[in-house]
Design a protein around this ligand. Structure first.
Ligand SMILES: C[C@@H]1N[C@@H](c2cn(-c3ccccc3)nn2)[C@H](O)[C@@H]1O
Length: 446
């Protein structure tokens, strides 16, 4: 029995319009966290704080006035938007999501709604405009991350506990709406909005505003894509409304974690995106990455393939330094993943969940059209035989690795061994199967 909702999901199922098909087909994005937090980089008064560098203000208990004066030091002399965009292009990113404003409240664009913005820094110029133009020139779509939570704004409230809170927070919501309106209006090529900082009771109690924002953005920018994290319904339910329906255009709950390819196949029924840090938990620039595990290019590449294999987008984070430089580890990641994407991007872009049973050697992806199923092999079996279980009645007519045929051996009903050429593999090999007939998917894997 459905409950009537005014601010719940606006539609069900995947959007199939051109703008959403492009968003979905992009598959691989570059997240960029850049703000005042990049200046101290996790170190304050000579002390290193291991928690996420973009949280240094709270970790080091820095007064707002002290933190906000970092604005007068923001002068990224090594910043070169075209260089960043070229690196992202080489990595194989099809979209980029930039923190227009993070929880600190500092705006990378000259907002008319607050002085706490790039225009009042020594750098002065509109960084957001430079990035949008440079990335678009490389053919990369640009999306805007926007934190509703704002540590700088006096009218922000974590909860609404008094009439004064209500009055103040209503002013705050008008401020945020104004900022979002100027972002959608002044940067007309923006393709999507990535909302964050919406978990507090103050937002849960104002679900109406979250729908109003989604509708406003789509009115100004038809086709715009909005994440589920923005949305709260009439009862404060977030992401999924009180009738179990996904709000927004895609599910954005996977932060620094991925759905399990066996237990979580339900995610293949809707659009979703996972965002990922290179260290264990650093989004903004941190001076000392030795304090936690730093993921290798191969670990991150496997996450990209894992995500594509389950019909999701993968947003890999970069945290540029306060001077605008990109650290060596991130440049190495971009080059290494980019080299593989150069050869194998066709198993990621416009690919989706194959509906085949997950096997131990790696992941299946399926292009939107044709009878192709791709195998991306991360775990080379000792016997060199890759087991493939196919939907009932499916026949594999051909298998190739780098364009050369490899042997297909039927070993049981709907089961095959694909013979992997024995060699030292430094990067994951890709085998392309031509599969004909049979059911569309293993029914139990929907
Ligand atoms: C996308 C990521 N979301 C921001 C975040 C994460 N968190 C958080 C806070 C407490 C527990 C778990 C997550 N708060 N803000 C991070 O700073 C980054 O922007």
């Amino acid at each position: 029995q459905e409950v009537p909702l005014k601010y719940g999901a606006q539609y069900t199922g995947k959007r199939t319009d051109e703008a959403m098909n492009k968003w979905r087909g992009n598959r691989f994005g570059q997240f960029i966290h850049w703000g005042l937090y990049a200046i101290p980089g996790g170190v304050w008064n000579g002390k290193t704080y291991n928690y996420a560098a973009e949280f240094l203000k709270s970790s080091a208990k820095i007064p707002t006035s002290t933190w906000d004066s970092l604005m007068y030091q923001f002068n990224p002399v090594k910043f070169n938007a075209r260089q960043w965009a070229k690196m992202a292009k080489q990595m194989g990113a099809r979209y980029m999501t930039i923190t227009t404003k993070h929880h600190e409240g500092f705006c990378l664009w000259p907002s008319q709604y607050t002085d706490f913005n790039i225009g009042n820094t020594p750098y002065k110029k509109d960084i957001l405009k430079e990035l949008v133009e440079a990335y678009n020139a490389e053919g990369i779509d640009v999306n805007f991350y926007y934190s509703v939570l704002d540590w700088h704004h006096p009218d922000w409230r974590y909860d609404i506990k008094s009439p004064e809170d209500s009055v103040a927070f209503r002013r705050f919501l008008q401020f945020a709406s104004g900022q979002l309106r100027e972002l959608a209006t002044n940067y007309p090529t923006v393709k999507a909005f990535w909302f964050d900082g919406t978990w507090d009771n103050s937002i849960k109690k104002n679900g109406w505003w979250t729908l109003e924002v989604e509708q406003m953005l789509k009115k100004i920018r038809p086709g715009a894509v909005v994440n589920s994290r923005l949305r709260a319904d009439d009862f404060g339910k977030r992401h999924i409304d009180s009738n179990g329906k996904l709000m927004g255009d895609y599910e954005s709950g996977y932060e620094r974690r991925l759905p399990n390819p066996v237990k979580d196949v339900q995610v293949t029924r809707w659009d979703w995106e996972a965002c990922m840090t290179v260290p264990e938990n650093q989004w903004g620039y941190h001076k000392d990455w030795s304090v936690s595990h730093v993921k290798s290019p191969l670990e991150l590449l496997e996450m990209l393939v894992h995500t594509t294999s389950m019909g999701g987008n993968f947003l890999l984070n970069f945290g540029p330094a306060g001077d605008g430089s990109i650290r060596a580890e991130e440049q190495h990641i971009a080059r290494t993943i980019g080299a593989w994407m150069q050869q194998n991007g066709q198993v990621i872009y416009d690919c989706d969940y194959a509906g085949w049973e997950k096997q131990d050697w790696g992941y299946f992806t399926k292009p939107r059209t044709g009878n192709i199923v791709n195998m991306v092999v991360f775990n080379i079996p000792v016997n060199g035989l890759l087991k493939v279980k196919v939907p009932a009645g499916t026949k594999i007519s051909k298998a190739t690795l780098a364009g050369k045929n490899v042997k297909v051996e039927e070993i049981a009903k709907d089961q095959f061994f694909i013979h992997l050429p024995q060699q030292a593999y430094k990067m994951p090999p890709v085998i392309v199967l031509e599969a004909v007939g049979g059911a569309k998917t293993n029914a139990q894997y929907q």
